[in-house]
Design a protein around this ligand. Structure first.
Ligand SMILES: Cc1ncc(COP(=O)(O)O)c(C=O)c1O
Ligand SMILES: N[C@@H](CCOP(=O)(O)O)C(=O)O
Length: 406
């Protein structure tokens, strides 16, 4: 396993924040000698592990994520192991062949961040760090604070004063994080770390950290394993900082290279219209991302104007024939109602995936005869402010009998 700069290829001894050239770092594995049938057997056998690191839906795939980390260094809450659900009412209304929802919202801190955080924190601690940090719209901070507390370490997090969900703030504080609130967005927090992070003796756990990306690859490994190594035609995923799609792409490339899957599915990356710098670049076939200074969306987890991982995401989507699209806040809320109403539930950012389907089908990008999996990234209870936007019943004419059809 090597740590290399994604831009200039220079090798690094450790997961520094960025390369001297400004590029993000990336983990490169030597998978030579790994036999796909043997790997499948091992991953299958580990499904019956209990209370060992391999009971985790991330560390089950340790060989493909961080093979060198000694088991005793692993900080785990048995993350991953999330449900894959057919959402029949939504599938029927869209008229497509098959629709699956992969509920990363069922992770211990309630979001997909746990898949990456268990790896970043375990790695950071194994190389001697005891203080962990991030900037966050609330999910990264909650996940970091949870794992830091588990490991008896400190967490210091930067969270914007506005446009973040109160529930995520409270959750992060409850796990014992020291929280610094500031005027600005996630992007300003990243800029702060870029300017000052190096001198602070903090291990930064934002998704610039390549070990986060390695852990998040497990989402697609687990999806593939639960579908008997036959992925659907499309995987639809939301995009803010773009760690999700970057990890999805890297994981898919691993699976293909290792012979664990036979073909690459197509990926659709969805952004909220008010925070869509990446979609704008891709739609214009541009080479460089133009940051949005004041992103604004009801899906606060995606309220990001300058996504750090845009180059990795761009290259993956272009090489694999993926697409990007946007959805409005109204479409997000409508889709969230449908997902909640199916009994699965999610936070607004996750609902952008289902919201995009109608559009992608109408424009002919997704064929009705194709199969689709949407990744639901965060739990319904992560953002309850938005529930007040659902239409309320008229309480003055409340009639219980007629309500239940008597
Ligand atoms: C619940 C949720 N969904 C989607 C996203 C967007 O993912 P990414 O920032 O990796 O693009 C985030 C934030 O990262 C999130 O917290
Ligand atoms: N939604 C995220 C923002 C992106 O953070 P990162 O972990 O990819 O750096 C959050 O919860 O903070």
């Amino acid at each position: 396993m090597k740590i290399k700069c994604y831009e200039c290829g220079r090798e690094h001894r450790d997961a520094a924040y960025r390369c001297e050239c400004g590029g993000l770092l990336e983990i490169s594995h030597d998978f030579v000698g790994l036999d796909p049938e043997r790997l499948k057997r091992t991953f299958h056998e580990r499904l019956s592990e209990r209370m060992t690191p391999y009971a985790s839906g991330v560390w089950r795939y340790k060989e493909l994520i961080h093979p060198e980390l000694p088991e005793r260094e692993i900080v785990t809450k048995y993350e991953g192991n999330t449900g894959l659900y057919p959402a029949e009412p939504i599938r029927r209304s869209l008229g497509i062949r098959q629709l699956w929802l992969k509920a990363q919202s069922e992770n211990p801190s309630g979001s997909f961040k746990d898949n990456g955080m268990t790896v970043a924190l375990s790695h950071g601690r194994s190389i001697g760090y005891r203080r962990f940090s991030c900037t966050s719209t609330g999910n990264t901070s909650a996940s970091l604070a949870m794992y830091a507390a588990l490991a008896e370490c400190e967490s210091v997090v930067l969270v914007p004063n506005e446009k973040v969900s109160a529930n995520k703030v409270v959750q992060t504080l409850a796990y014992g994080a020291r929280m610094i609130r500031f005027d600005g967005t996630y992007d300003d927090g990243i800029r702060f770390f870029e300017q000052h992070g190096g001198g602070l003796d903090l291990y930064i756990c934002n998704s610039l950290n390549p070990f986060r990306i390695e852990g998040q690859k497990s989402i697609v490994y687990e999806l593939a394993q639960s579908m008997n190594w036959k992925l659907p035609d499309w995987i639809v995923i939301p995009g803010g900082a773009l760690s999700n799609v970057t990890a999805l792409g890297k994981g898919l490339q691993d699976l293909l290279q290792l012979g664990l899957i036979e073909r690459m599915p197509k990926v659709a990356l969805v952004q909220a219209e008010g925070a869509s710098p990446f979609h704008k670049m891709m739609a214009a076939a541009g080479e460089t991302l133009i940051p949005e200074r004041s992103p604004a969306t009801v899906a606060s987890a995606m309220n990001i104007g300058n996504p750090p991982s845009w180059r990795k995401a761009r290259d993956f989507l272009r090489e694999s024939g993926g697409v990007t699209c946007t959805v409005t806040d109204e479409e997000i809320i409508e889709a969230k109602r449908l997902i909640d109403g199916c009994g699965i539930g999610c936070e607004p950012a996750s609902a952008s995936t289902v919201a995009s389907l109608r559009k992608l089908i109408a424009e002919g990008t997704i064929d009705k005869d194709e199969t689709v999996a949407c990744i639901l990234t965060g739990n319904l209870l992560k953002d309850t402010d938005i529930l007040s936007m659902y239409e309320q019943g008229d309480e003055s004419s409340f009639d219980f009998a007629s309500l239940i059809g008597l």
